[in-house]
Design a protein around this ligand. Structure first.
Ligand code: ADP
Ligand code: MG
Length: 555
């Protein structure tokens, strides 16, 4: 490969000076750019065919032979073993998108790839990368401005629109047949945890607990105001139901504490043995007494509770669960107002929380503990039913996506339409903006606008339609002022996306455009790749700017 050489120069006496270690690789200038652009585009191509509600699925097989079938951009890129550093930057776009919005990962990746592709055309025409970078950045700022103009307000009480947002996110994912139920559940759950703050509304979807349950019908899935724990009470003699419960949360075990050191206790007579056991029993009894004295009648213990302790607790009519997950402990603390106590010796009445009802219930064959009517109404759980393990898993993914987009829409209060409508409208406005610029800046802004067309084009392609025809039709509608005209992928018609109920939170689009632009610009600005070689024998493939690492090309 051309352009690879050791970093260094020439001493006055003509001797070459090497400043990099042996095996280090360097790629410079246009070669470095081309390699990086190629790698970035390859990542985008890898997920492109999955875009849209009728995009294809990918089957990913890991080194252990485990199979994942998905059409979720972030999941695909996570599972793929991508090594090329520029490719990784594009993967990062999908990751950020997933963290920030929870949806739109494929779109963000595809836009990033297209921005790189268009940049390459500009480079070929002799436009300097710095000009492209600043042109792209300015265009992205304009795009943010324009998309805010076409966004529409949505109220947190507008259940109908919020449900459409949830449905749009779920369409094409597993669980589509249960779209309505999932949409309703997600809107109810988000409403339950949304909080008014000084600056608006905040939604933390982590507060919504999804309790999966294989068996039963999806339609029996329900939203519970409170915390549901997938555990049954420790002892059948414990009460099944405690009303107005005083709840103790304990992160320490209720067990005889073995010493840290390897102590050896020599027992020489049966008496001594008995003494030893008595002492152990007394220790446990003391621990349980401390719990009883605090006034607690429900105990959730994060660690173990041994048989003897169970016996004493049960005798006192205390409801207890052991080995409760940390995440559940945190939710219980929030819901009941209890403090998580770390040491049995430190339990005090003021640490206890309260719940109107703690009850073990039989949910189609599995016993679970419901903690409801809590002090704080902000804790909710969704019991998700599905025929098989595999079905509930995919329902959970769909529900998670729905929760995120509805949460984002409630937080921001702004939505846009999908189906390529927003991208075409944006592109049209950006073409006008570009025309107002001069020289090479204009070229960059124009290419940026073109790059956004990749969304409607890909949606059409993946639906087996003619991408160019559809793009032309879309543009002509938008030029007539139909700013919500998008592609109905099911019948190939151009329709008003509000009527088609394809609605997305504004943040999906702004985040995707920003992250894609940042990544593309970062990659473009690199014109020198220096890689120290760690792997011997990797040759060019192992070097930065070299091959594609572990990523298959041409997908
Ligand atoms: P992403 O990972 O980007 O969310 P998706 O596979 O979920 O990828 O596809 C999202 C794209 O599909 C968006 O552009 C969205 O507007 C579009 N879309 C979703 N539902 C429909 C629909 N019913 N008709 C047309 N386009 C749709
Ligand atoms: Mg999506």
């Amino acid at each position: 490969m051309a352009g690879q050489m050791q970093y260094g120069g020439q001493a006055p006496n003509g001797q070459p000076i090497y400043i990099l270690g042996e095996g280090s690789q360097r790629t410079k200038g246009r070669d470095a750019q081309s390699n990086n652009i190629m790698a970035g585009k390859a990542v985008a191509n890898a997920v492109r065919s999955t875009l849209g509600p009728i995009g294809m699925d990918k089957m990913l097989v890991d080194s252990m032979g485990d199979v994942v079938i998905t059409n979720d951009g972030a999941t695909i890129l996570k599972e793929m073993d991508i090594e090329h550093p520029a490719a990784k930057m594009i993967v990062e776009v999908a990751k950020t998108q997933d963290d920030e919005v929870g949806d739109g990962t494929t779109s963000a990746t595809v836009i990033a790839g297209e921005l790189l592709k268009k940049a390459e055309e500009l480079l070929d025409d002799g436009v300097h990368p710095t000009i492209i970078a600043s042109g792209y950045r300015n265009a992205a700022d304009k795009a943010a401005e324009y998309i805010n103009e076409i966004a529409v307000d949505v109220s947190p009480d507008d259940t109908e629109t919020l449900k459409k947002i949830a449905s749009t996110a779920i369409t094409g994912k597993g669980g589509e047949e249960y779209k309505d139920t999932l949409a309703q559940l997600s809107v109810d759950a988000v409403k339950a945890v949304s909080e008014k703050t000084e600056s608006g509304t905040s939604v933390d979807t982590d507060e919504i607990k999804i309790e999966k349950h294989a068996g039963g019908s999806m339609r029996d899935s329900e939203l519970i105001n409170g915390v549901v724990i997938d555990k049954e009470r420790l002892h059948t003699n414990m009460p099944k139901k405690v009303e107005n419960a005083k709840v103790l949360l304990l992160s320490a075990p209720i067990e005889f504490q073995k010493t840290e050191m390897d102590a050896e206790i020599k027992i020489t007579s049966p008496d001594q043995m008995q003494q030893f056991l008595d002492q152990e029993e007394k220790m446990i009894k003391d621990m349980v007494d401390k719990i009883i004295n605090s006034g607690a009648d429900v105990v959730f213990c994060q660690k173990g509770i041994d048989d003897m302790a169970q016996h004493y607790l049960q005798k006192e009519g205390i409801f207890a669960l052991r080995r409760v997950k940390q995440s559940d402990m945190d939710r219980l603390a929030k819901a009941t107002g209890a403090n998580i106590v770390q040491d049995v010796d430190e339990i005090s009445e003021s640490d206890l929380g309260s719940a109107g009802n703690v009850e073990e219930k039989d949910v189609s064959g599995t016993k679970m503990t419901y903690v409801t009517d809590c002090e704080s109404q902000k804790s909710v759980s969704v019991i998700l039913h599905g025929g098989t393990e595999h079905v509930v898993d995919s329902l959970e993914i769909a529900l998670n996506d729905a929760l995120r987009v509805v949460g984002v829409a409630v937080e921001d209060g702004k939505v846009v339409v999908g189906g390529g409508a927003s991208e075409v409208e944006l592109a049209m406005k950006l073409y006008n903006y570009a025309a107002s610029l001069e020289g090479r800046e204009q070229l960059a802004a124009h290419k940026f606008a073109e790059a956004l067309d990749i969304i409607p084009q890909t949606l059409a392609e993946n639906a087996g339609l003619d991408a160019i025809d559809k793009l032309v039709e879309l543009r002509s509608q938008h030029e007539k002022g139909n700013k919500y005209a998008g592609l109905d992928v099911r019948n190939g018609e151009i329709v008003n996306m509000w009527e088609d109920d394809v609605i997305e939170p504004l943040r999906i689009k702004t985040q995707a455009i920003n992250a894609a632009t940042e990544a593309a610009v970062m990659i473009l600005r690199i014109d020198d790749v220096v890689a120290t070689s760690e792997k011997s024998g990797g040759g060019e493939e192992a070097a930065m700017g070299g091959g594609m690492g572990g990523m298959p090309m041409g997908m």
